[in-house]
Design a protein around this ligand. Structure first.
Ligand SMILES: Cc1cc2nc3c(=O)[nH]c(=O)nc-3n(C[C@H](O)[C@H](O)[C@H](O)COP(=O)(O)OP(=O)(O)OC[C@H]3O[C@@H](n4cnc5c(N)ncnc54)[C@H](O)[C@@H]3O)c2cc1C
Length: 533
């Protein structure tokens, strides 16, 4: 991973000349942004850790070089990338520690509790909410506990479950599972770098969540190593033995302890995958179709409805070459869908089931008035599903802000939430003197509601990027809170959403979480400043 951006430095997803022209004409001419050299990134001098840390994990598993510290000092949100590129990190961990066993995790947490050293569990570092930020909150020393060495895989083929180490990255886990003919079906856009522990700690949702389930829905059993000791749940399909401790650990974001093992349901590898796109006349009618699909139990495994702005901009950014785009436009004009909203749908599984389910979904889409665009755009979406973050790097280079945030609500209030958040982001950008494009897609659909995922593009304010971002983020979060939507459907709380947790769970809810934290982490060393205000 590039230290200042996303993915391999060898891979680029270019913004084509047509798209650059569109950005310039709609957002204004931007000042291309520079990125400092790694050695120019300023971080405070590291404070030494007790010798017992190196004795526990071995000296080679304690990394305190500049690059290691910089790489664990930020996640991958827009403000993270701005701070990294400017070389203006507020802080960095004093060292990165890589435990090689659960026993070593236990021992490290004992040492850190005794010595008062803050611990930030680190998976893939893809948090977009400040989840891995090294916030000291009064602790003088802080270490990043990188879990990459905990990568066991045990598949129970008969029960269709897999027990996985927290440090496995998405592709590593899938490769091991594929060798046994199974899959988790969990494919978030950050799949290439995010880890099993991170998925569990943030209640992540993949792009095929409608079919396979969100990550927290897949987990049947989980183990947590906390400063106060080990806690684990049984590997069973269900239990009525009181409130589920599994649910307490899922989404705990490193604030209660370290997730050291996850058992999750897996499925046989799909024999057929059918991806295609449809076009709805507008967002409201598209949302109605998705609601009908969900409530009639015929949701595709992937369903994603883009609003008009996202449909238009994605088409421009995808670089669909002249002739192909012209063909698509005339097809849509004939069917009176030009300027409409694209719906990407995907079905996976046994061939017969895929075709049967496709026919049922297609009937709903057709009767809702959607026009079929065929498989080519669906396959193109599938091929490019991990390219968004590479494109964001290019947009940043060109001098544009590209930020995303997400929420969810019931079908009854989804339209209200859409209008409120879209309006708030647009107004905040305009107040900053940088009017932007605000786009949205609806995904992760349920019988009772769905998630909305917003992306905004605007000209960056050179030198005042963080101020500009803060204004947009605060406006969006306040609009969400006022509309009683959730502050996050799947990105988690981290640092950025902690101020809104009171609105989410109430004062007594915060106190209950605090009491649990005090029992599991009496000194408060685990990921300070996150999740619990
Ligand atoms: C480009 C991009 C696209 C994204 N797309 C999606 C998406 O489609 N769906 C989605 O849900 N999210 C998405 N995310 C957000 C992010 O990838 C997820 O939150 C992911 O689950 C984080 O995994 P990670 O291993 O990188 O965790 P990290 O970023 O390393 O950590 C995230 C949080 O979990 C804690 N943590 C990590 N591992 C452990 C552990 N073993 N025990 C205890 N705590 C732990 C950390 O302390 C931190 O608080 C995206 C992010 C980016 C940058």
């Amino acid at each position: 991973m590039k230290w200042w951006g996303w993915g391999s430095p060898a891979k680029r997803v270019e913004v084509g000349p047509e798209a650059v022209a569109m950005l310039r004409s709609e957002l204004g001419e931007a000042e291309p942004a520079e990125c400092v050299r790694l050695e120019e990134v300023v971080v405070p001098a590291p404070r030494p850790l007790p010798g017992e840390v190196a004795t526990t994990v071995g000296p080679a598993a304690v990394l305190d070089g500049h690059e290691h510290r910089v790489r664990r000092a930020a996640g991958r949100s827009y403000p993270d990338l701005i701070r990294l590129r400017a070389g203006r990190l507020e802080d960095a961990p004093d060292a990165v520690v890589l435990p090689g066993s659960v026993g070593e995790v236990t021992r490290i947490l004992e040492i850190c509790s005794r010595e008062g050293i803050a611990v930030v569990p680190f998976g893939g570092g893809t948090s977009v909410v400040g989840g891995v930020e090294p916030l000291r909150e009064g602790f003088e020393r802080l270490l990043s506990l990188d879990l990459r060495r905990l990568r066991d895989v045990v598949v129970d083929r008969r029960s269709l479950t897999a027990t996985l180490g927290p440090g496995l990255r998405g592709p590593e886990a899938e490769e091991a599972l594929h060798a046994q003919g199974v899959t988790l079906g969990h494919f978030p856009q950050s799949f290439e770098y995010a880890t099993i522990g991170g998925f569990a700690a943030t209640r992540s949702a993949g792009q095929a969540s409608s079919g396979y389930g969100r990550f927290d829905e897949l987990v049947t059993s989980i183990a947590l190593t906390a400063p106060a000791g080990d806690m684990r749940t049984l590997e069973i399909p269900h239990s009525a033995a009181g409130p589920a401790l599994r649910e307490l650990v899922l989404g705990s974001e490193g604030a209660l302890g370290v997730i050291t093992r996850v058992t999750a349901r897996v499925r046989p590898l799909p024999e057929r995958r059918r991806y295609e796109a449809w076009m709805a006349a507008d967002f409201d009618s598209g949302a109605e179709m998705v609601r009908t699909l969900a409530q009639a139990d015929v949701l595709p495994d992937v369903v994603r409805l883009s609003d008009q702005a996202e449909t238009r901009v994605s088409l421009a950014l995808s670089g669909t070459a002249g002739a192909k785009r012209a063909l698509l436009s005339s097809y849509l004009r004939v069917r009176r869908r030009a300027g409409g909203c694209v719906i990407v749908c995907g079905w996976e599984g046994e061939p017969e089931a895929v075709e049967r389910r496709h026919a049922l979904s297609a009937r709903v889409l057709r009767s809702g008035g959607a026009a079929a665009l065929g498989r080519a755009p669906g396959r193109a979406w599938e091929r490019g599903r991990y390219e968004g973050p590479y494109l964001r790097d290019e947009l940043l280079d060109l001098g544009y802000l590209a930020e995303t945030l997400e929420t969810a609500h019931t079908w009854s209030r989804l339209g209200e939430l859409y209008d409120a958040v879209r309006g708030a982001i647009g107004a905040a950008l305009a107040t900053q003197g940088t009017p932007g494009i605000v786009m949205c897609h609806l995904s992760h659909a349920y019988r009772d509601g769905a998630s909305l995922y917003f992306t905004c593009l605007a000209r960056r304010r050179p030198g005042a990027e963080l101020e500009q971002w803060r204004a947009v983020k605060a406006a969006a979060c306040e609009a969400i809170v006022e509309t009683e939507g959730t502050i996050t459907h799947h990105h988690a709380v981290g640092r950025d959403h902690t101020p809104y947790m009171r609105a989410e769970v109430g004062e007594l809810g915060i106190e209950a979480l605090r009491a649990i934290k005090e029992r599991l982490d009496p000194v408060g060393i685990m990921n300070p400043g996150k999740l619990i205000p």
